[in-house]
Write a protein that binds this ligand. Structure first.
Ligand code: KG4
Ligand code: ZN
Length: 343
């Protein structure tokens, strides 16, 4: 089964061709970073306009790179939420038009479901992303614990099978990626914050400043807004720390909470398989620390290559494969939804 995935949920226009839900034959992502950087965050109207400009060439490039034509497609899978409504509309309208005109089956995929199924993708051979040291040799099986940690979401799910998702915890305020982006802005490092903080932290001392960790002992929820405020307050006062030390100390506080809560979820649910996805899943220190803890605790850990952690359409095609197998096709009057929980 060959599926074309399309994701325009936020600021990246992406199209991908995936075979049998696991083999990535192409994965094209057109980033809008340069457009939004000067605003310090995503401007929704600019994002949707850019999707309109890029969608056809991105899809065309995905088909060409996979050496196929529209006639070879078994289905088109498009992300219909959650996300920015104007951005989602572009991908959904395009996918519907394509499927209607060519008589191709259409499926609609929740963006978070896409992140969950990104762990089934065989690592895309593109080099230095660090996915290999943590990717499982064994194929991933249900049930597993899924940590989704991105710019818009920070949640833990129990995944018992396709369509069987239970939320175990979620952020009460900022997502972890949002905290990275806000702290980056405070440090004058621009948008997006994750990659630059990741890089600076490599040569910083993670124990230079002890920022607070919101463990919220009553459950598996998260909170990162206090951490961001603590960094802001620290920067207001005179202090001897360099930017690398602050980046490393902030990052350590985020990682400690993410790792500890994931461990709690493993223990509570008695499930020794964990997947991690979402943009923050690309973080080099988080990947290393999770790999260490997983080894220590005998947990099977699966984190996709960094390029499949950040938003991409391969993950939408991977989840779409299960929709098609379950005969869950989308009607032509399907509409995108900005708020769309997974459970
Ligand atoms: O999954 P994603 O591409 O989009 C959403 O669905 O939100 O995640 C984007 C987020 C941004 O907040 C970005 O700063 C963060 O992921 N990010 C990282 C890294 N790369 C991207 N955070 C930490 N370390 C990274 N290497
Ligand atoms: Zn995402």
């Amino acid at each position: 089964m060959v599926i074309l995935g399309i994701d325009t949920s936020c600021d990246d226009t992406s199209a991908s061709v995936v075979e049998e839900g696991v083999t990535v034959r192409s994965n094209i992502v057109s980033s809008q970073e340069i457009i939004h950087r000067r605003f310090g965050g995503i401007v929704p109207e600019l994002a949707s306009r850019r999707h309109v400009e890029m969608i056809w060439s991105v899809v065309d490039e995905a088909l060409r790179s996979a050496h196929i034509t529209l006639e070879d497609l078994s289905a088109v899978a498009v992300c219909h939420g959650p996300g920015l409504i104007g951005s989602l509309l572009v991908g959904c309208s395009f996918a519907k038009a394509l499927c209607f005109s060519k008589g191709i089956p259409l499926v609609s995929v929740n963006h978070l479901e896409g992140h969950v199924f990104s762990s089934f993708l065989k690592n895309f051979p593109e080099g230095t992303c660090g996915g290999d040291e943590v990717s499982p040799i064994r194929a991933l099986e249900f049930p597993f614990i899924s940590l989704i940690v991105s710019g818009g979401h920070t949640s833990l799910y129990r995944i018992d099978g396709f369509g069987k998702y239970r939320e175990l915890g979620r952020t009460k305020d900022d997502a972890a990626g949002e905290a990275y982006d806000k702290v980056s802005k405070l440090l004058g490092l621009g948008y997006p914050g994750g990659p630059v903080i990741d890089r600076l932290a490599c040569s910083g001392n993670p124990n230079a400043v002890v920022f607070p960790r919101a463990y919220l002992p009553e459950g598996l929820d998260f909170s990162f807004s206090g951490l961001k405020t603590a960094v802001m307050n620290h920067l207001k006062e005179p202090h001897p720390h360099g930017i690398n030390d602050i980046a490393a100390s902030f990052q350590q506080a985020v990682i400690d909470v993410l790792v500890r809560k994931t461990e709690w979820a493993v223990t509570r649910e008695g499930i020794h398989r964990v997947t991690v996805s979402g943009g923050v899943g690309a973080n080099s220190a988080l990947r290393k620390e999770l790999a260490l803890v997983a080894k220590e605790k005998g947990v099977q850990l699966s984190i996709p290559a960094a390029s499949l952690c950040t938003d991409n359409a391969a993950m939408i095609a991977a989840a779409g494969y299960h929709h098609v197998k379950a005969h869950k096709l989308a009607p032509m009057d399907m509409n995108p939804v900005a708020y769309l929980p997974l459970s």
